[in-house]
Design a protein around this ligand. Sequence first.
Ligand code: HEC
Ligand code: HEC
Ligand code: HEC
Length: 138
Amino acid sequence: MPWSNRKSALIAAAAALLIANAGPAPADAPPEIDPLSRECIGCHDGAAGPDVRVNLRNNASNKTMHVHSFDGEHPIGMIYQSYVAKQGYKPISPQERNMIMVNGAVGCLTCHDPLNPAKGHLIKSDKNSALCITCHDK
Ligand code: HEC
Ligand code: HEC
Ligand code: HEC
């Protein structure tokens, strides 16, 4: 995929962020791949871009509590407020304006900003797990 096509796809994804503030889906509904994440996954299939396995979750009552390691494949689909309402997750500060959730759900754009040229295209540095502890208590 030429860089110019890739870039316009990313910009289209960024423009689609305008839909990101619709109301949250109900807690513990079956997880879905939101349309922006779908766009990322469409390329990250191992052919057009590096492969990413998708791990869909949304059940705050049956969550994994501790963060030990990260292999680049974080679950998506969680309605974040329902996790905050239980234990182990913090409310997101209003300063985290780059942290996009689609209808309240964690997706690729929650952690990645494709327009950030830095390694990993993260929404913010993960130095000392800064990105992780925006959400995880520990
Ligand atoms: C048009 C195809 C395409 C789309 C759409 C796309 N990517 Fe990529 N992505 C690539 C390719 C190809 C690479 C590897 C080359 C590179 O790093 O530029 C890549 C690399 C990456 C990397 C690794 C960069 C690094 O520093 O190792 C991340 C992270 C990433 N993409 C995230 C995303 C996210 C999140 C989305 C959705 C918003 C997305 N991509 C959408 C094609 C795409
Ligand atoms: C909870 C945060 C988070 C979510 C959600 C997330 N990622 Fe990542 N991702 C990361 C971090 C952190 C890295 C490591 C970045 C670095 O330092 O290179 C990473 C690495 C990557 C890479 C680089 C290659 C690799 O496997 O290491 C790609 C590609 C990628 N993510 C794509 C995606 C896509 C596509 C989605 C949505 C299905 C997604 N990510 C969801 C945090 C996340
Ligand atoms: C937007 C908030 C958010 C951010 C940022 C975030 N996480 Fe998570 N993470 C979650 C939620 C919510 C879950 C619970 C998923 C479940 O088990 O239902 C989770 C689950 C996990 C799990 C369990 C995965 C499994 O397969 O059981 C690990 C490990 C993890 N996160 C590591 C990280 C790391 C490392 C980072 C930083 C790179 C990070 N997370 C950033 C919200 C976040």
